[in-house]
Design a protein around this ligand. Structure first.
Ligand code: NAI
Length: 288
């Protein structure tokens, strides 16, 4: 990573995710304006970031090549949105997951931003077409969904609106790489994006297996933590297929029938309530 960069980044909303983004951009050498509606919240956020950066510096876990003090000096607080966005190259919205609130904020931003700044949203599950449709600057808008905690988990899902310019996607991708994140591009929006769709597929089958009494809640978690998850911590499911046989074509030849047979036995979507919820909760609540 390079030292201090040209260009300023704005974070809108200085909660859990906003603070993480501020630290990530500062680690990449970018000046960061951390905006929130209340000064008290901004002050608290800056204090929290200062403490965390110092701690990360002491334990050798700090990202980037700049010292903790230098990174902290790149981040400043702000409660004036117009001043915050002036001259910015990128904005990351991190306000609460509420469609009406986010639409209002992007509507405000639409009136004051230049034609160059990219407007990213951290939303976990709101679709770009819900957030950005009708905005004058829709070409510059994109969902950039991080995974909690973003400082330690590098994946960022980039999800365009149908009218997002390809250059917006490419510039956001390059920026994420520059700050050490691991961006992935979805070519079109889909509910749950990619990560949550995979996560929910796993959760559903876990739920059915425990609900049907096939396996205990603890053992189900071991299947993942001491089995499947160990593979997937290093390589994805498709590369695993390729390496688990003599290549992908050979894997499909060998396992196609078996996979389809097993998949046909999957049950309906669980309701995540009732008896199975009680059963799983009884075990899991002891772990808090
Ligand atoms: P949070 O509740 O910790 O922070 C939200 C911040 O937004 C607060 O500081 C609040 O004062 C501020 N805010 C409220 N109204 C505002 C306004 N009009 N203008 C500017 N700031 C305003 O929320 P959190 O957890 O940081 O989530 C932010 C976004 O990130 C959400 O969309 C969430 O879905 C997404 N996200 C959250 C993850 C998580 O695990 N917490 C993971 C990935 C994405």
């Amino acid at each position: 990573m390079d030292p201090v960069q040209e260009g300023r980044v704005v974070i809108v909303g200085s909660g859990l995710i906003g603070c993480s983004w501020a630290m990530l951009f500062a680690s990449g050498g970018f000046q960061v304006k951390l905006y929130d509606i209340v000064q008290e919240q901004v002050t608290k956020a800056l204090e929290k970031i200062g403490k965390e950066l110092k701690e990360l510096g002491k334990t050798g876990m700090l990202k980037g090549t700049l010292t903790a003090d230098k990174q902290l000096s790149l981040i400043s607080g702000c409660t004036d949105l117009k001043a915050a966005v002036e001259g910015a190259i990128y904005l990351q919205e991190c306000t609460p997951e509420n469609l009406e609130l986010k639409k209002k904020i992007f509507g405000q931003l639409d009136l004051i931003v230049s034609n160059d700044v990219i407007l990213g949203s951290s939303t976990s599950c709101l679709m770009p077409s819900k957030l950005f449709t009708g905005l004058k600057h829709v070409k510059q808008c994109i969902v950039a969904h991080p995974v909690n905690p973003p400082y330690y988990v590098p994946l960022v899902e980039l999800v365009p609106h149908p009218e997002t310019e390809p250059s917006t996607v490419e510039k956001t991708y390059a920026l994420m790489k520059k700050i050490g994140q691991s961006p992935v591009r979805l070519t079109k929006e889909i509910d749950g994006f990619a990560l949550n769709r995979l996560q929910y597929a796993i959760i559903s089958e876990a739920w059915r297996l425990v609900g049907d009494g096939v396996i205990s809640s603890d053992d189900l978690d071991l299947v993942m933590s001491d089995g499947l998850g160990m593979r997937y911590a290093f390589i994805g499911p498709l590369e695993t297929m390729h390496l688990n046989a003599e290549g992908m074509l050979n894997y499909c030849d060998r396992y196609r029938e078996g996979m389809i047979r097993v998949l046909k036995t999957f049950g309906p979507i669980p309701d995540f309530a009732g008896k199975t919820e009680q059963k799983i909760n009884q075990v899991q609540r002891l772990k808090r």
